[in-house]
Design a protein. Sequence first.
Length: 135
Amino acid sequence: MQKKYKVSVNGKDYLVEVEEIVANDTDVLEINKEETRSSKKVEKVVGIPKSNETQKEKPISKSSGRKEIISPMAGTILEVFVSEGDKIAKGQKVLILEAMKMEHSILSDFDGTVSVLKAKTGQNVDAGEVLAILE
């Protein structure tokens, strides 16, 4: 049985799925020395989404037509080439991200209209952070 939890790390929220499993002696992590090894339960992280989900944002579904442009790595945004309301094409340059002392052009993977622009010049972003949302 899997359970979903919202976990906050350094002020960022992540959605994690936890699956309860019963492991044999060789697979068990020492969780509590008072429990018997045969009855120990191990929880593992099954997945973390690429985007930072907040309660105000609706979940992404294929039917909604909502698409996200995600930061592939941590870095600093040097320049943004689009604004909210702009129509952009697949392959169009959205922004330049500086990471590891190199400039990386972030291109759109989709055609669409920029409905939300979260990226700002000078902003530091983490890998997996949503930079823009297209409709």
